[in-house]
Design a protein around this ligand. Structure first.
Ligand code: SF4
Ligand code: SF4
Length: 416
């Protein structure tokens, strides 16, 4: 590959070729282009449930335009019939707004062209009479200026991903690398980025829906962060919503897979990775990395995969934070276990010093040290309030009931 190879966008001047009219939009075309991809993002999208692809293409969401999906695998049309809308959109003659969804990274097609080939392509160039396959990078270049929005789906499209890892021979890059800093869609938007390898399916359809609501005039443009990620989906680290996060705080770390403890010492990068899979699940609110016992390998991050490899090795930072957590956590954990034990006893069991459980022998009493600690704990808990079990205030409030019962017990009617 020559040093001065042109890998940046080939079109310098972008201009809208489609402008939105003032009437309600009834349908929006969606061109799904696949570059250097494994098709995993397509699989993730069709598994989405909130909303589902079926709801979008069948206009089942009230007030939203119908999506006319042009997908190389899912569309019923094939060959020339399938490519017709692509050509119309490229010529500015589609007659409806469209969005471009790009899956996979964008290869430097000039490398393949030198050898008379291509990396990824769709349709053929009939105009020139050569019938050469048209690279999807070319489709992206040609369709992006007129698109209402360009949405990069998955980590390969958003950041480059696995095909762009160190040593790649294809010159693979992300959609934003390919289109360049100055690119804006027909609506003035830079590329929207939905990372993940593969992304959570609902993240894909929810973002498309949000953009559609904006196009339909139903809502404001959703908020995106400085890298074009939907802020409400990628604003938090996966660690904050992890089902195992309490273990980290208490310094309980798994030594091998299968233990229901924090996985940071097995190589989890959750504390620094922006991802919502722990709270949203992978599919239908189920599954997802830590939810099923797996570590986070940072697949949503721009540095993936090189910055997180080797995946089986713990990060250097986790040694320090893990040691601090283990030190403070062991004390916190002991205190919580003690408090938990006392909260697992009724007032009667505490008074009697035994638990009448037929399930197991339950330690009903507390040793002198625990009693002293419990006394201090209760003192601090009740300090500053008149309301505590057995307090003078409580006895005062209960006195009428006691008096009534005492009178009742002495009356002849009740005695009978
Ligand atoms: S498993 Fe990972 S994400 Fe979960 S608490 Fe541990 S470090 Fe955080
Ligand atoms: S938790 Fe980590 S590995 Fe799992 S999807 Fe999120 S970023 Fe990727």
């Amino acid at each position: 590959m020559s040093e001065d190879r042109q890998v940046t966008p080939q079109v310098q001047q972008y201009r809208p070729v489609f402008t939105l009219d003032d009437g309600p939009i009834e349908e929006v075309h969606a061109f799904w282009l696949a570059g250097m991809s494994c098709d995993g993002c397509s699989i993730a999208a069709v598994g989405a449930q909130n909303p589902s692809v079926e709801q979008l293409v069948n206009a089942r969401l009230p007030g939203l335009p119908r999506i006319v999906l042009h997908h190389p695998v899912l569309s019923v049309a094939a060959g020339k019939e399938f490519m017709k809308a692509h050509h119309l959109a490229r010529a500015g003659k589609l007659g409806a707004p469209y969005v471009v969804l790009y899956e996979g990274s964008v290869a430097d097609e000039s490398i393949a062209a030198e050898f008379g080939g291509y990396w990824s392509a769709m349709g053929v160039d009939e105009d020139s009479g050569t019938h050469r396959p048209i690279p999807t990078a070319t489709w992206l270049r040609d369709l992006a200026p007129g698109a209402a929005a360009v949405i990069a789906v998955g980590t390969c499209a958003t950041w480059g991903g696995v095909p762009a890892a160190a040593g790649n021979v294809t010159g693979a890059m992300s959609v934003m690398d390919f289109l360049g800093k100055d690119y804006l869609s027909a609506l003035g938007l830079p590329p929207l980025n939905l990372p993940g390898c593969s992304p959570v399916g609902d993240n894909i359809t929810e973002t498309i829906t949000s953009v559609l609501m904006f196009l339909a005039g139903f809502g404001p443009l959703p908020e995106f962060d400085e890298l074009g990620r939907p802020k409400w989906l990628f604003g938090e680290t996966v660690h904050r919503r992890c089902v195992l996060a309490g273990n980290y705080e208490e310094g309980k770390f798994a030594g091998e897979y299968g233990e229901r403890k924090c996985l940071v010492e097995l190589g989890c990068w959750g504390p620094v990775v922006q991802c919502n899979i722990a709270s949203r699940g992978a599919l239908g609110h189920a599954g997802g990395c830590m939810n099923t016992g797996g570590i986070c390998i940072g697949c949503t991050m721009p540095g993936f995969p090189d910055a997180f490899a080797p995946f089986y090795k713990r990060s250097p930072g986790s040694t320090l934070s893990g040691t601090i957590s283990r030190t403070t956590g062991s004390f916190v954990s002991y205190m919580r276990e003690f408090t938990q034990k006392s909260r697992n006893r009724t007032a009667r069991w505490k008074r009697d010093g035994q638990v009448p459980s037929g399930w197991a022998n339950v330690d009903g009493g507390f040793n002198p040290g625990e009693k002293a600690l419990g006394g201090l704990y209760d003192y601090l808990k009740h300090r500053g309030t008149r309301f505590r079990p057995g307090s003078a205030r409580q006895r005062e409030l209960q006195a009428p009931s006691h008096r009534y019962l005492q009178r009742g017990a002495k009356s002849p009617e009740v005695a009978e």
